[in-house]
Design a protein around this ligand. Structure first.
Ligand code: GCU
Length: 629
């Protein structure tokens, strides 16, 4: 049994059947269970390959399969390590129908949608290629790590296939120690953005599908034996816990040290026969717990032989008790808003830099007086989750199990399970993350329930320190504002979450919203994971006011907040959404022009009237005595 499958079996209890391509050679699939994890690799030394890359579209995927589906001939194999122009000049019988080294140049990370007008709506396979100089004094091990590429990715080095990955929002890596050569090395990436009925998400969503290499590619260096995975956290009984895994030679019985210099902590240990180390120690006196008000982060290292793993980690606890959410043992109300991964500006390319993340999260923290953000509908960049750690925003993190997923397809389940595992393993050390969400607005069927219960169970196995939720739909009486949460998945969740749009997608009078009746389980905290209304910034209507006016959106918020205040178990909200975002579904030429306008700020950051309504509401909650928030 392949090691990867064995680990997957250990990790999940069942060996996931992962999507296999139909073409040859079948590239090995990088997954959380089979590939290097390289947790906190964004902090490791390495070479950043961001910058100019050649690109070349391949809409008929000729670089992967010939016109009868067979392995393509050399004239189509984009990843060959060859100088096309020189080869064709040398041998007049030679034919190549590509030449990546002389194709147009783009800047990665980015989506190709913003690269050229003719690519604005391209969905399909794109090839990227560049060369880079190998480190001269090479020792230890080398990995090519991708922050994310949307959606299905194939990677080749110096004409050699390394492997493939499926999923547009989580990191993956390939070891290249033995394939690096002195001097220039050629890396070729094939990224296919095309969603299918089997992908996660499926083709039908409500956001732009940004195909491309949307997060950095880095060449990471490690010692021969290194810390591949580490999770350091505060447990609910007040102890520091560490789980670490070494990869490489001689990982068994290796001396290791967990150190937090600021706390004077040096916990010594030894790995077991499989290179794992698990230990706990009473939390050092003087440990300052992380919170939105005091987002304290500590420099944490794990020393293992030649390797020093490091991360910046906040320590806090999150739990539910009855209908309360407790942060560090005290009830908290989540004053939040939802966010897509899209930077401010009129032509976003989903390139989230630290400055872009701060610009967005700062609007929530400082502008709205928020303490919470729902990073919808997929794992956001690690830059975003690290920024939430630094600024002090509690995070809802989510996988794109969205609307109509192929619930009965084992490949789809394997993809979702792997994406969830990759997300959790990447971010388990982020104090900001409090909630793992396994779905959004998925219609209730037996197959869907089985699928989602599997994901909930996976979360429990990977991370018992956080809460599980999912954005659910409610049933409504046909002729009145009377809603019932009757989703069988609710029993498996720690936090109940509801998306509701009464008054926007319905003909309800806004003035009737506060009188809405909600039937929800009383024994669990409830979060409104979505509510919202569109407004075109600058469009005002003082008469009606009609939909898409700022006045309508502001009144919608006033009335919906009045409704929210009447729900006894409501413990938070993440209205839809901070910023207008691109969505091909939204084509009203007067107001939308391909944008979903439910943002409280426009795509350029212009605040709408409703922004002030929510900010006032959160400011009052922030100022209220603890028991009245
Ligand atoms: C849905 C969905 C969002 C969508 C929003 C809307 O609830 O979860 O992804 O953008 O409603 O209709 O604007």
């Amino acid at each position: 049994m392949r090691i990867g499958i064995a680990i997957a079996t250990m990790l999940f209890g069942t060996a996931p059947v992962l999507a296999q391509t139909t073409d040859a050679p079948a590239l090995p699939l990088a997954t959380a269970a089979s590939g290097p994890r390289l947790v906190a690799a964004d902090l490791r030394d390495g070479m950043d390959l961001s910058g100019p890359w050649h690109y070349s579209i391949d809409p008929f995927r000729a670089g992967i399969a010939g016109f009868h589906g067979e392995t393509p001939d050399r004239g189509q194999l984009r990843y060959q390590d060859v100088d096309v122009r020189r080869e064709m000049a040398r041998d007049t019988r030679t034919l190549y129908e590509f030449d990546l080294a002389r194709s147009p140049v783009t800047t990665l990370p980015s989506s190709w949608l913003t690269e050229a007008p003719e690519l604005r709506h391209y969905q399909g396979l794109m090839w990227y290629q560049r060369t880079f100089p190998a480190p001269t004094q090479r020792k230890g091990r080398y990995f090519l790590r991708f922050g994310a590429a949307n959606y299905a990715t194939r990677v080749y080095l110096n004409g050699r296939p390394l492997g493939r990955h499926e999923g547009g929002f989580t990191p993956f890596a390939f070891e290249v120690t033995q394939w690096l050569r002195d001097g220039e090395n050629q890396i070729t990436i094939g990224v296919d953005s095309q969603a299918t009925e089997a992908t996660v998400p499926p083709p039908v969503t409500d956001w732009e599908n940004y195909g491309g290499v949307t997060r950095p590619v880095r060449l990471i260096a490690t010692p021969d034996t290194y810390v591949d995975d580490a999770w350091v956290r505060l447990t609910r009984d007040g102890r520091l816990a560490v789980d670490a895994h070494l990869d490489g030679a001689g990982t068994a019985g290796r001396a290791v040290h967990l150190r937090i210099a600021a706390l004077g902590l040096d916990l010594a240990g030894k790995t077991d026969a499989t290179g794992n180390w698990r230990a706990t120690v009473a939390a050092p006196r003087g440990l300052m717990r992380w919170s939105p008000e005091h987002p304290k982060l500590y420099d944490v290292t794990i020393d293992a032989g030649e390797d020093q793993w490091r991360d910046r980690i906040g320590f806090r606890t999150i739990e539910v008790r009855g209908a309360d959410i407790l942060l560090n043992g005290r009830p908290v109300f989540l004053r939040g808003i939802s966010l897509h991964e899209e930077e401010l500006g009129t032509d976003p390319t989903r390139a989230i830099t630290p400055a872009a993340a701060r610009a967005l999260l700062g609007e929530i923290k400082d502008g709205l007086h928020g303490n919470f953000v729902r990073l919808a509908h997929y794992p956001h960049s690690e830059v975003m989750t690290r920024t939430a750690d630094e600024l002090g925003l509690i995070v809802w993190s989510e996988v794109p199990v969205y609307w109509r997923v192929a619930w009965s397809n084992p490949d789809t389940l394997a993809t979702a399970r792997n994406m969830l595992a990759e997300n959790i393993l990447r971010d388990r050390n982020r104090a900001a993350i409090a909630i793992w969400s396994v779905a959004n607005e998925t219609p209730v069927t037996e197959a869907r329930n089985t699928f989602l219960h599997t994901l909930v169970s996976d979360v429990r196995k990977l991370d018992d320190s956080r809460l599980v939720s999912a954005a659910l739909l409610v049933e409504r009486s046909p002729d009145k504002l009377d809603m019932t949460l009757a989703d069988p998945l609710a029993d498996a969740l720690d936090v109940l979450a509801i998306n509701t749009y009464n008054g926007w997608y319905t003909a309800d009078r806004l003035s009737d919203l506060p009188g809405s009746v909600w039937h929800v389980p009383a024994n669990k905290p409830l979060v409104f994971s979505e509510f919202g209304a569109d407004a075109k910034a600058g469009f005002h209507d003082l008469a009606g006011p009609q939909k898409f006016s700022e006045e309508f959106q502001a009144d919608y918020y006033r009335q919906t907040l009045r409704m929210a205040d009447r729900l006894p178990t409501l413990r938070g909200m993440s209205p839809w959404i901070l910023k207008d975002f691109r969505s091909p579904r939204r084509q009203n030429p007067d107001f939308q022009q391909g944008w979903n306008r439910k943002g409280l700020i426009s795509e350029t950051g212009q605040r709408k009237i409703a922004f002030g309504v929510l900010a006032d509401y959160y400011r009052a909650k922030e100022a209220a005595p603890a028991g009245e928030r």
